[in-house]
Design a protein around this ligand. Structure first.
Ligand SMILES: [Zn+2]
Length: 365
């Protein structure tokens, strides 16, 4: 159970809502009830939260649809109580593209706020700007202010906020990507420290945000270092070459024996020496529960897995592992299966290489 519900598919992207979001809705309803004991207040409080999160979803679509222009798919958009997350299949390579993808989220909220501002001006129901707050005022006014705060909050120059990516993209136009990330992450952690310090003097929300930014900054910097460590390495050096394979006609019981006998989880399926699929351990277990062990591998395997050539770079193999959701991809060369590539094996390769580098030995791999 993933504790999230599908709200539907819009523009080809599934939108999910996380179960904890309902807690937020319940809490907003409850606190409005405590304050006023009126159902209409509870109703308008909840309606406001839903309108706010509709704006958050549109913000995520700003990122997702811009990424699509650069050929990057978005797996899904999930709404959590602290905001939305659009899971892009990868980040854009070019700094200018990352800049646009990062900026188009907050840009959506600028447009919404401007639209609401125009509406308020046209209906002459706008109160002077100095008297506007998020907590008081009409529904439309508060929604406008909340969109303004979304823009400001997201443009804080720190990961995982959009501002952090904007900063990194701007730096990366002038220097190497890893260095740009490190500088952006350090600035983010500086911001986190500052927020944390202010938060210590009684603002719990700021403390929470500081914590959130700190974690985000260090995650981004290590992910980029990892990316840098694997660049320029061909798959052939990091692949598993001692593996077992299955035939499409084998029964599931054959795979059960192989799993028990060795440490391999996922198996390439060969028909006349040609790769026709992959069976993952998860798919195997699900099929075993549903149909028993006499079913043929061909009914369970994922057909035509993405091809990886042994001369390709590890980076693109990892990307295909991520995109396809298949943890072990067959590696071929001139049509022949020569190995299997997994994220785990690549990590092992990197560990061995860095141990050798630390020992100042000649690096043979
Ligand atoms: Zn964003």
């Amino acid at each position: 159970m993933k504790w999230q519900w599908n709200l539907g598919k819009f523009a080809g992207i599934d939108v999910y809502i996380h179960a904890t979001f309902l807690l937020l809705v319940a809490w907003v309803g409850y606190s409005h009830w405590l304050e006023n004991q009126s159902w209409s207040e509870v109703f308008s409080g909840i309606l406001f939260i839903l309108a706010l999160f509709a704006c958050v979803i549109l913000h995520e679509y700003g990122h997702a649809l811009t990424a699509r222009k650069y050929g990057i798919k978005t797996r899904d958009i999930t709404i959590y109580p602290i905001g939305g997350v659009a899971r892009l299949e990868r980040m854009p390579e070019k700094p200018i593209e990352e800049l646009w993808v990062a900026l188009m989220g907050p840009a959506v909220n600028v447009v919404i706020a401007a639209g609401l501002f125009t509406y308020l001006t046209l209906t002459s129901s706008l109160v002077p700007l100095s008297e506007l707050t998020i907590a008081s005022g009409s529904f439309v006014e508060r929604l406008m202010m909340v969109n303004v705060s979304l823009v400001l909050f997201n443009l804080i120059p720190a990961f995982p906020m959009d501002g952090g990516r904007v900063l990194r993209a701007l730096l990366a136009m002038r220097m190497d990507y890893v260095k740009a990330t490190q500088i952006a992450a350090s600035i983010g952690q500086g911001v986190a420290l500052l927020f944390g310090l202010i938060g210590l003097f009684g603002n719990a929300t700021l403390l929470f945000i500081a914590f959130f930014i700190w974690i985000g900054a260090s995650q981004e910097s290590s992910a980029t270092q990892m990316k840098n460590a694997i660049s320029g390495i061909p798959v052939g050096r990091t692949m598993l070459t001692d593996y077992k394979s299955l035939s499409p006609r084998d029964p599931l019981s054959q795979m059960a024996q192989l799993i028990l006998a060795g440490s391999q989880h996922d198996f390439p399926v060969l028909d006349n020496d040609r790769v026709v699929g992959v069976v993952t351990r998860d798919d195997f277990l699900t099929a075993l529960t549903q149909h028993g062990q006499n079913v043929a591998i061909s009914a369970v395997m994922r057909s035509n897995p993405p091809a990886v050539d042994s001369y390709e770079m590890v980076e693109s193999a990892l990307m295909r592992i991520q995109e396809s959701g298949i943890p072990a991809l067959p590696v071929t060369h001139s049509g022949q299966l020569v190995g299997i590539v997994t994220a785990e094996n690549i990590t092992e390769y990197l560990m061995i290489r860095s141990a050798l580098q630390a020992s100042k030995m000649v690096v043979p791999i």
